[in-house]
Ligand binder design. Structure first.
Ligand code: ASP
Length: 323
């Protein structure tokens, strides 16, 4: 009898799942952005929401769930109903958080279903418009000479701007003061206002300010130069050998989300990365959607595994700077 009940429950679940997959989505989908409005993740998320909403035929509502370097949004997404109506967009921070936080209420490798990778975004080292340096060497010399007074803006422990700052401190063996924000959108406002001195932030947030001459730029963080900023040398070119940070992004839904729903979201993601406007918008901002083979659940899961393994030891080694 108990076996029969179990079988009936399973059958009912299968029917419900099948029905859900056929009709999904029937209402707006919430896209969690782990950082403040106006910043790089928000910019990518809003572009993505627009293109993914087309094939899904529903509105994708961007919700900025901010705090604790992005980990609050991840924790909240992990506990959301696994029905496809809560989707998380997060970046490289998904792989650095386990090494940075003593306790996390989620496990990036266990608590999610993976939709796929989305886009790669390089970063730029920028400073307030009146920062007293005309080139990278002067920038470096000033930071070293004034390490007790210069201020570096970031978006909290686990943000890409935090990781970049940490790697930079380690590379130049200089500990400077960090000022955490809920996102580099608000941090940029303070940089423009001269309240903080410098930050390393994604091109999706900095390109406009760089090209408009509102901030000074001292390098890009990728191994290769960024096509939309061809005159800006890489940090590696300027002597910070091996410096290579590109912010990858992925889409996640809570563990237990039915496979067909994951499939629908994945199909919409595959449409998005081919969309001409999406590509052009990102290219203008120095970013690039991933290739179709990377916009896959298995690809994101594999990348996450290898990135957790990669950053763990680097962050531990950088320990003294990691706060
Ligand atoms: N991506 C974050 C934001 O949107 C900042 C960061 O990770 O540094 O504000």
């Amino acid at each position: 009898m108990r076996k029969l009940c179990g079988l009936l429950a399973l059958a009912a679940l299968a029917v419900a799942t099948g029905a859900l997959a056929q009709t999904y989505p029937t209402k707006p989908i919430y896209l969690y952005i782990p950082f403040a409005a106006g910043g790089p993740t928000d910019t990518l998320g809003r572009n993505l929401a627009q293109v993914m909403g087309k094939p899904l035929k529903v509105q994708i509502i961007v919700e900025n769930v901010v705090g604790a370097g992005g980990t609050i949004a991840v924790a909240r997404a992990a506990k959301a109903a696994p029905d496809g109506y809560t989707v998380l967009l997060h970046h490289i921070g998904m792989s650095t958080a386990p090494a940075l936080y003593r306790t996390l209420t989620f496990d990036p490798l266990k608590d999610f279903e993976y939709i796929g990778e989305v886009a790669d975004v390089p970063m730029t080292m920028i400073a307030r418009g009146n920062f007293p340096a005309a080139n990278f060497n002067e920038f470096l010399a000033y930071i070293k000479a004034n390490k007790d007074k210069v201020t570096y803006a970031n978006a909290g422990l686990g943000a890409a701007s935090h990781l970049c700052g940490l790697l930079f401190m380690t590379a130049i063996q200089t500990d400077f003061t960090t000022v955490p924000y809920k996102g580099t959108g608000p941090a940029m406002n303070d940089l423009l206002g001269g309240q903080v001195d410098f930050m390393c932030d994604q091109t999706t947030n900095t390109t406009g300010q760089i090209l408009g001459g509102k901030v000074k730029v001292f390098g890009v963080t990728s191994k290769k130069r960024v096509p939309s900023l061809p005159n800006v040398p890489t940090l590696d070119e300027q002597g910070i050998k091996g410096f290579d940070v590109v912010v990858w992004h992925g889409l996640y839904v809570p563990k237990g989300t039915p496979k067909p729903v994951v499939g629908r979201l994945n199909a919409a993601l595959l449409d998005a990365i081919k969309d001409a406007d999406f590509k052009a918008n990102l290219a203008r901002l120095g970013a690039e959607p991933v290739s179709a083979d990377r916009a896959r659940p298995e690809a994101l899961h594999k990348l996450l595994q290898s990135e957790i393994a990669k950053w763990g030891p680097i962050i531990k080694k950088a320990g003294q700077y990691a706060d």
